[in-house]
Design a binder for this molecule. Structure first.
Ligand code: PLP
Length: 425
């Protein structure tokens, strides 16, 4: 996002800080690129809505013609509110889960949503509800690598999917329960190196090619999400032309292995939305600690956003690029630690995955300046919480020179809305 495009101070004055700023045109561009990647009759792109599920984002995704990967009953309902139809012919919405929770089973029955089963026992649970429809199965192919160590999406230590050597047993259990496996799925993640992604996807094509003959009713294979996003300014953007041949190859080889046409699906989340939003916060203070026997001193920039708004740095040590806007912006960069308001020592935006502070070279801001955390569109607002009762922050959509508030700041009533006092036993 080019910050010169937006009247940041004016917006901050209107909605207060912190707030998420989303740019609709950047999202449309990413969706166009995904559509080009999935061009042709046999490739379908879903949007993994867990990355950002605010209604206006889903509406733009719907308008662009992508399908949806949802991971909860409520995500399915939010997708439907944004215009996506239910039904399994075709399955415009798929519900991927490792555990059916809350209304998931009801929602998928009521709206005829294709369930994507990530654990063998889910067959039993589905059958117990009287479900006789089609299912997809998420496999753990035994390999895979998330963008950071904490995101382990394939292999013995991953909780996701059905272990590949147990798929035949699962097929038999499904058949006995009257469930037809119409799609096979795997999501094995990005990998820390850009080219690791398409190498892993090639391995997935080999994997599905080998197992597909054992699934005579499968008409689709889904390669999951995980297309990399360049969070660091010196990181090159992932070139989708590296991925397209993998998908073209998959269409041909999977159809040959199955002896019938196979729809090849992808379901990126981050790629579509990471770069279309920033978290804008205000600098409240600058303070220093001094070196002593315990270690060196640091200069802390205290801002009003915390991990309740953007948890990725605290959770995975994820990198978000930072800009200073205001009086301090033109100063010579110096090593600074950017920290938030929460009473948690991990409430720091400049740290690594070992929970160590990594001071960032930044111009020293003045209290009152704005500070922008870039690339916050994926797993930003979607993972935000109302920890310490601050309430979730507003979201502003910028589109063709106009700013619209698409989600207001939560207030105390929002925070306590679910509290009650109902006698139970
Ligand atoms: C099943 C599934 N599909 C797709 C995605 C989207 O991944 P990404 O946002 O990295 O593209 C995820 C992310 O966790 C996932 O679990």
């Amino acid at each position: 996002m080019n910050l010169d495009t937006y009247p940041l101070n004016q917006l901050a004055a209107r909605v207060g800080t912190p707030f998420f700023l989303l740019d609709a045109e950047i999202l449309r561009g990413n969706l166009r690129r995904l559509n080009a990647l999935a061009a042709g009759p046999r490739v379908v792109a879903r949007y993994a809505m867990k990355a950002n599920s605010v209604r206006q984002v889903l509406e733009l995704v719907c308008e662009a013609g992508l399908w949806i990967d949802a991971v909860s009953g409520n995500e399915v309902l939010r997708a439907m509110r944004a215009g996506f139809p239910g039904g399994t012919e075709p399955p415009r919405i798929m519900l991927t889960a490792d555990v059916f929770r809350d209304n998931a089973l009801d929602v998928l029955q009521q709206h005829h949503i294709l369930p994507n089963l990530g654990s063998p026992g889910m067959i039993r649970q589905l059958a117990a509800t009287g479900y006789y429809g089609p299912v997809a199965v998420r496999a753990n192919p035994g390999f895979g690598h998330g963008h950071v160590q904490a995101c382990d999406t394939g292999g013995p230590s991953s909780k996701h999917g059905v272990w590949h050597e147990d798929l035949e047993q699962l097929r038999q259990t499904a058949a006995a329960a009257g469930l037809t496996i119409v799609a096979l799925h795997a999501h094995i993640g990005t990998g820390p190196e850009p080219r690791e992604f398409d190498q892993n996807m090639r391995k997935l094509v080999d994997f599905f090619e080998a197992i597909l003959p054992g699934f005579p009713d499968a008409s689709a294979v889904n390669f999951g999400g995980g297309i990399p996003h360049p969070y660091r300014p010196d990181q090159p953007a992932y070139d989708l032309s590296w991925y397209r041949p993998v998908l073209e190859d998959a269409v041909v080889r999977l159809a040959r292995a199955a002896g019938r046409p196979i729809r090849v699906e992808i379901e990126p989340g981050r790629y579509a939305v990471a770069g279309m939003a920033a978290l804008v916060c205000r600098v409240h203070d600058i303070k220093t600690t001094r070196a002593n026997a315990k270690g060196p001193g640091y200069r802390f920039v205290m801002v009003d956003a915390g991990f309740c708004d953007l948890v990725r740095p605290a959770m995975y040590g994820a990198y978000h690029h930072i800009s200073v806007v205001g009086a301090g912006a033109s100063r010579t960069p110096e090593p600074l630690v950017v920290a938030g308001p929460l009473c948690e020592s991990g409430d720091v935006f400049t740290r690594d995955e070992n929970e160590l502070l990594v001071p960032r070279l930044l111009p020293r801001p003045e209290p009152g300046d704005l500070l922008v955390l870039h690339d916050a569109g994926a797993y930003g607002s979607a993972m935000s919480s109302n920890y310490v009762s601050l309430g979730r922050v507003p979201q502003v959509m910028w589109d063709a020179g106009r700013a619209t508030l698409i989600s207001r700041r939560e207030n105390l009533d929002d925070v306590v809305r679910a509290e009650c006092e109902e006698p139970l036993v």
